[in-house]
Design a protein around this ligand. Structure first.
Ligand code: SPV
Ligand code: MG
Length: 540
């Protein structure tokens, strides 16, 4: 239903309806979420929220801007408190046109003189508008509207200005005749006397709207009995926010700490929810180039590094330095430069030796008696979304990570097809890939799939060497978690496994593991000779 139609239906529903004040996009959303069927765009509240008086100090276009944010942020109709229409008939025409364009359902204008003053400030000395002039303004507004359901509420300030019932009735009749869709009868006394008197005489000539700010203690059932159409709760959201802001400011100043305030105020994530960040995130996926800011990384760095002899007596090999920089620090730097911020290092041997800056650590206390998957299990709660799993002693060129993290396959591994490995010196994680790079040389846009990783293969039977990186998208991380659950459920001691064994299990379970081929561009540091290579790796 159009907002205009919804508002008109409220006025004409034959039941007492309620609308609540809001003064910006946020408060409008809060009012809507709370269940109100409509919103009062209060002049008092909007001006107060801007830090100015309710004396038309804010220009009408500044008010319009606020209304646009309110209307954009809500589905329920807004009745704007349009003061005096911000001028004569001509200003009124333009106002109505602009309100329609910005999705505001209705406007209320009051029979005072521009610039107006709030009704609760020296109301009796406030001059009322000439009746005919005001009727012309109503007519001009009605003629300007292009949507038949747009409503104009005519507000008489007769009681406010001390003119009483007779004047109120005279004015209300004239405004009704001029085409007003409803009459707002305002009063500033603490008893409902004015409104009761008015309603008894007025009957049901047209819908009547009231603002019981001053006669707040009146039971709502009385308004119902009187046949009032709509009640405006005119400033209570603003007032409660003022109280909350004052308390919080005072508290923080006094306590010089946030400790005791934090749990008493809505969390930051509530702001994000109200701002609709969830929707933004959905569209971000569709429109923004992929970034890795959400991706996490787990670096396995538990082992001592036996091949280094005495060098690792006091520190794990991942913390061995070349040119003053620990190996794992270089891996972390590459991750950071690629946009991965959330990095967890799984330590084991001498966890206290790790000083890599702002990364998270988890420790695999059983590092001596477990395999790589044992370390991965220590960081198991990190498998709750896209995650890169790698080793703390492997370094790669930035582009390798950039390409890898762009892969949308659930799993992707990096395979070096250069065959330049020092296979003689140490065991190599050979990878078999289909199609084999050698077979498909020159063919473009092929997707490669891992068949297995196997140290017992020989160079001839392998497609390349696995570089120790496994990239899991959200889906991949979920599958990996489930695979671990299943294996454990079946009584397999997966903690003993190497990462290649786990990857092979994923392949065997039927999930394709994509391969990103590279040519060199990486290094794993397993012994002292590799430390020399690491120096050259960064020297060039
Ligand atoms: C407003 O909310 O700005 C109103 C109602 O006009 S009152 O403040 O009661 O005049
Ligand atoms: Mg007002």
């Amino acid at each position: 239903m159009k907002k205009t139609t919804a508002f008109k239906a409220m006025l004409d529903s034959g039941e007492l309806e309620f609308i609540l004040e809001a003064h910006n996009g946020l408060s409008a959303k809060i009012v809507e979420e709370s269940g109100f069927k409509g919103i009062w765009g209060s002049g008092l509240s909007i001006s107060a929220a801007m830090g100015v008086r309710d004396n038309n100090e804010a220009s009408w276009t500044q008010v319009l801007e606020v209304l646009e944010f309110m209307a954009d942020n809500t589905q329920v109709p807004i009745l704007l408190d349009g003061d005096t229409g911000y001028g004569n008939f001509n200003n009124m025409r333009r106002l109505v046109t602009k309100l329609e364009q910005r999705g505001v359902a209705a406007v209320c204008i009051e029979d005072k003189i521009f610039p107006k003053t709030n009704s609760f400030i020296k109301g009796e000395s406030q001059p009322l508008a000439d009746v005919d002039e005001f009727c012309g303004k109503i007519k001009a507004g009605k003629d300007a509207q292009s949507d038949d359901d747009f409503c104009i509420v005519a507000r008489t300030e007769s009681f406010i200005a001390g003119w009483g019932l007779e004047e109120a009735l005279k004015r209300a009749s004239a405004y009704h005749e001029a085409g007003a869709d409803a009459i707002l009868c305002h009063s500033k006394i603490s008893k409902p006397t004015d409104v009761v008197a008015f309603m008894r005489e007025w009957g049901d000539r047209c819908p009547v709207v009231i603002v019981p700010t001053m006669y707040y203690s009146t039971p709502t059932s009385l308004f119902e009995d009187l046949g009032v159409s709509m009640v405006i709760w005119a400033n209570h959201v603003l007032r409660s926010s003022i109280g909350a802001m004052q308390q919080t400011a005072k508290h923080i100043l006094e306590h010089r700490s946030l400790l005791h305030i934090e749990d008493r105020i809505p969390p930051v994530k509530e702001i994000f929810r109200l701002q609709g960040m969830a929707e933004y995130k959905e569209w971000e996926k569709a429109y923004l180039p992929k970034t890795n800011l959400q991706a996490k990384a787990i670096l396995l760095a538990a082992s001592k590094g036996m091949a280094f002899g005495e060098l690792t007596d006091d520190m794990p090999k991942a913390m061995l330095k070349v040119e003053g920089q620990p190996i794992v620090k270089r891996a972390v730097t590459t991750l950071r430069e690629t946009g991965v911020r959330d990095i967890t290092i799984v330590t084991g041997y001498k966890p206290e030796a790790f000083t890599v800056g702002t990364v998270k650590y988890v420790n695999n206390a059983d590092w001596k008696d477990t395999g790589e998957v044992g370390s991965l299990l220590a960081a198991r709660d990190r498998l709750d979304g896209a995650v890169l799993i790698g080793y703390g002693d492997v370094v790669v060129r930035n582009y390798v990570l950039e390409n890898l993290l762009r892969s949308e396959a659930p799993f992707t591994v990096v395979v070096d097809y250069s065959m330049s490995k020092q296979g003689l010196r140490k065991s190599v994680d050979w990878a078999q890939v289909t199609p084999d790079r050698a077979e498909s040389a020159g063919l473009k846009d092929l997707s490669y799939e891992l068949k297995c990783i196997d140290t017992s293969l020989n160079q001839g039977a392998a497609s390349g060497e696995w570089c120790g990186l496994l990239w899991c998208t959200d889906e991949g991380a979920r599958i990996l978690s489930e695979t671990l659950d299943k294996l454990e459920g079946a009584g397999v001691d997966v903690a003993q496994w190497s990462l290649p064994e786990l990857i092979n299990a994923v392949v065997e379970s039927g999930t394709a593991v994509a391969v990103e081929y590279i040519h060199e561009s990486w290094l794993d540091v397993d012994d002292v000779l590799d430390l020399g290579d690491l120096y050259s790796f960064y020297a060039v």
